[in-house]
Design a protein around this ligand. Structure first.
Ligand SMILES: Cc1cc2nc3c(=O)[nH]c(=O)nc-3n(C[C@H](O)[C@H](O)[C@H](O)COP(=O)(O)OP(=O)(O)OC[C@H]3O[C@@H](n4cnc5c(N)ncnc54)[C@H](O)[C@@H]3O)c2cc1C
Length: 382
């Protein structure tokens, strides 16, 4: 039985066509180490077609589809190119928490413009000395009259050099660990909010990532998202869903690398035959395909938990962990099938490998996912 309805099949066809015509041809333009840039035009076109987050309600710029609709978009964008695919869809990173915990004013002022392609955002959690250990963050927010005053240093802030606003996580009760963190919308033009340094990365160069210095940055009190000191819980809630979308990014990248490897194997000849005639290569491709379909099943099943309004935590971590791990393996095998050409910038697999490698690190590393998977084994899923 397939989970996919005719509506899902239709969105897949439309997204695939868009990704193959608008994303794939420009992939290399955005891969220059010296010119990290965000593909804003593709972002705007994707917004016009309701591809940024089809599962968001229509009143905030979504398409009112189910969550699987968004999973399919993430998969197809990354299948065309994991650099631009992930970058474009990360342009909405920050709207998730506002949509779930923000008030009506915040949703129309900040979520809607992003979904309409007029603004880009990001979420800034990580700090130089606190990544996996979110509660170890040191950035603070103190109330002063009807404003919040933020101070601290952030790193790995995706989109911060190009974003209109960031959702910044800061300690509001510094001694309370996880229970002392809150979320704030910080427009990037706010005095005291400075992008300090672009970080040069091995891939994903269509997605600018930077260090931020926050020094007495003031935001009005209505820029607090959700409740004071509940930011960590809010973050974990939306991470459960977002990890399924990261799984879809990885799954899509694996499927794209596989497509290139399969097609190359039908053309390349060695020892007077197509290399696809060697059983060794057929088995390699069969293993890659098995990994991809298994990741797809797990990812869709996790999406099904979201749609059934069940707690997706356990399956979301399994999907994210599995898809990102097999993605690296599949991309590596795609390089291998291309032989020496696979190690060059003239063929796509090396770019797929570099761009998609990040999926094992972001939104909780593979090791953190395994901690979550172990911790969420209970009587029902044992
Ligand atoms: C390209 C890119 C984009 C990013 N974008 C963003 C963004 O937009 N916003 C943002 O806030 N952050 C972002 N990040 C940061 C990312 O979320 C962190 O890198 C990640 O959470 C890991 O944190 P860390 O780098 O500090 O590694 P550390 O936490 O220092 O981990 C180092 C190693 O120790 C392991 N480890 C740590 N704790 C445990 C444990 N309890 N059990 C087992 N192993 C453990 C880790 O798995 C890892 O292998 C981005 C990172 C990258 C590379």
């Amino acid at each position: 039985m397939t989970l996919l309805t005719a509506e899902h099949e239709a969105i897949r066809d439309a997204v695939r066509e868009f990704a193959e015509t608008e994303i794939e041809p420009i992939a290399r333009e955005y891969d220059d180490p010296g010119a990290v840039q965000f593909p804003r035009e593709v972002f705007q076109e994707a917004a016009e077609l309701d591809f940024l987050a089809p599962h968001y309600p229509e009143e905030y710029g979504g398409a009112g589809m189910d969550f699987l609709g968004s999973v399919i978009v993430h998969e197809e964008f990354n299948r065309a190119d994991p650099g631009i695919g992930t970058a474009v869809l990360t342009g909405k990173f920050g709207t998730e928490m506002i949509l779930e915990y923000g008030d009506e004013w915040q949703k129309s002022e900040f979520v809607r413009p992003v979904l309409e392609g007029e603004a880009v955002c990001g979420t800034s959690i990580s700090e130089p000395d606190a990544g996996s250990d979110v509660a170890g963050m040191r950035t603070t927010a103190e109330k002063d009259g009807d404003e919040w005053v933020l101070n601290g240093s952030k790193t790995w802030a995706s989109n911060s050099p190009v974003a209109e606003f960031m959702v910044v996580m800061a300690k509001t009760t510094p001694d309370a660990g996880h229970n002392g963190i809150s979320a704030f919308i910080v427009p990037t033009e706010t005095d005291g909010f400075e992008v300090e340094r672009d970080i040069e990365k091995m891939g994903l160069r269509a997605s600018p990532t930077a260090e931020i210095n926050i020094s007495n940055a003031r935001v009005p009190e209505d820029h607090l998202v959700g409740e004071v000191d509940r930011g960590f819980a809010q973050l974990m809630e939306f991470f459960n869903e977002n990890r399924i979308l990261v799984a879809a990014n990885a799954l899509g990248a694996a499927a794209g690398a596989f497509r290139h490897a399969y097609e190359y194997a039908q053309e390349r000849e060695a020892f007077d035959q197509k290399i696809s005639d060697f059983q060794g290569l057929q088995w390699k491709l069969a293993d890659m395909k098995t990994d991809i379909e298994t990741a797809r099943s797990t990812t869709y099943r996790a999406a099904g938990e979201v749609m059934a309004e069940n707690d997706p935590r356990h399956l979301a971590s399994i999907a994210k962990y599995y898809a990102s791990e097999i993605c690296e393996d599949v991309c590596s095998e795609a390089i291998q099938i291309h032989g020496g050409y696979g190690y060059t910038r003239e063929f796509p697999p090396e770019k797929f490998y570099r761009d998609a490698r990040v999926q094992k690190i972001v939104e909780g590393t593979s090791e953190i996912q395994k901690n979550i998977i172990y911790d969420s084994i209970d009587e029902a899923n044992r």
